[in-house]
Design a protein around this ligand. Structure first.
Ligand code: CU
Length: 311
């Protein structure tokens, strides 16, 4: 990802100058400041996701506050894990932990929070801290360097915001090109269950869709008896859930539960892959004609839904 620091700083400078001299926080001094952190990014359809903090490293002063806002369709868990400790394993990690400040001694987490939600932490103690997202590892990391109070800060909050806007827009644009890297025969029965440009080293770009070619549309039509395979070629877990034909996925469905149903689907029984992690595949054979709508239950609110028409 190209850094647009210079451009954004120039923009920030222009916009600040254009404010008619309204007061801005000075870069140095004993005052404490709150810095906004855009957390993740996505387009309005939430198909194109970026797993990244903006910025991914920041220098603040002791007593300053970081305020993360979820800026993507995908939820995140903003967490700091003291050295020598472990974060709770899923699903316990979706709960918030700790207080309103972090000094490196106690596990502290926002819990799982959705688009638009904000989480703030004060950093009273100089040091270097790593912010993780417990959902998106190893992609999402942010380094926080806390200087002694009164030190000169390299960037003011308005500059952080300006850089984030430019960089996140560039990243979402980069994600729009990812479907072109669809790795299977287009229009076939081997579909992508999410797509990332590469997983090693991990990309921060991720497509939250089913794909059967280099576009976002994965609706396919196949003859009775066809086996369809979905491979997770992305960097986040997904699932493939066929409810009873014509019905929604039940409200009681466990997104993280085991596989359900058999390897053959006829529309009469809820059938699920269970969690399909990056690199794993799932296959299902269709032995009855019909139009069968399916979803990723983790990301159906982001539009991760498609259909198999069996004729
Ligand atoms: Cu998903």
């Amino acid at each position: 990802m190209r850094s647009s620091l210079g451009l954004a700083l120039a923009c920030a400078g222009l916009s600040l100058a254009g404010c008619g001299g309204s007061a801005i926080a000075p870069p140095a001094g004993p005052q404490t400041t709150t810095f906004p952190i855009a957390t993740g990014a996505s387009d309005t359809t939430a198909a194109f996701e970026v797993l990244r903090y903006y910025p991914s490293s920041i220098v603040i002063n002791a007593g300053d506050t970081l305020s993360w806002t979820i800026a993507s369709g995908s939820p995140h868990i903003i967490a700091l894990v003291p050295s020598g400790q472990n974060a709770p394993a899923p699903p316990a990690n979706i709960k918030p932990a700790g207080g309103t400040s972090y000094d490196g001694t106690a596990f502290t987490s926002s819990g799982l929070i959705d688009q638009g939600a904000t989480y703030s932490l004060r950093f009273p103690t100089p040091g270097t801290y790593t912010v993780l997202c417990l959902v998106h590892q190893p992609e999402m990391r942010e380094t926080v360097t806390v200087q002694p109070a009164g030190a000169a800060r390299p960037l003011i909050p308005a500059q952080i915001t300006a850089v984030a806007a430019v960089d996140s827009a560039a990243d979402v644009n980069a994600a729009r090109a990812v479907p072109a890297s669809f790795p299977f025969a287009p229009g076939g029965t081997h579909l992508a269950l999410g797509l990332a440009p590469q997983t090693s080293p991990p990309s921060v770009l991720s497509i939250y869709r089913f794909l059967d070619g280099p576009s976002l549309d994965a609706a396919i039509t196949v003859p009775v008896g066809t086996t369809v395979t979905w491979s997770n070629v992305s960097n986040v877990p997904h699932n493939v859930v066929f409810p009873v034909a014509g019905q929604p996925i039940p409200a009681t469905f466990n997104d993280f539960g085991p596989a359900l149903g058999s390897s053959v689907y006829d529309g009469t029984a809820l059938t699920s892959s269970g969690l399909v992690t990056p690199g794993q595949s799932y296959s299902l054979t269709f032995d009855h004609a019909g139009v069968f709508v399916y979803s990723c239950s983790l990301h159906d609110t982001q539009g991760m839904q498609s259909s198999v028409t069996v004729i």
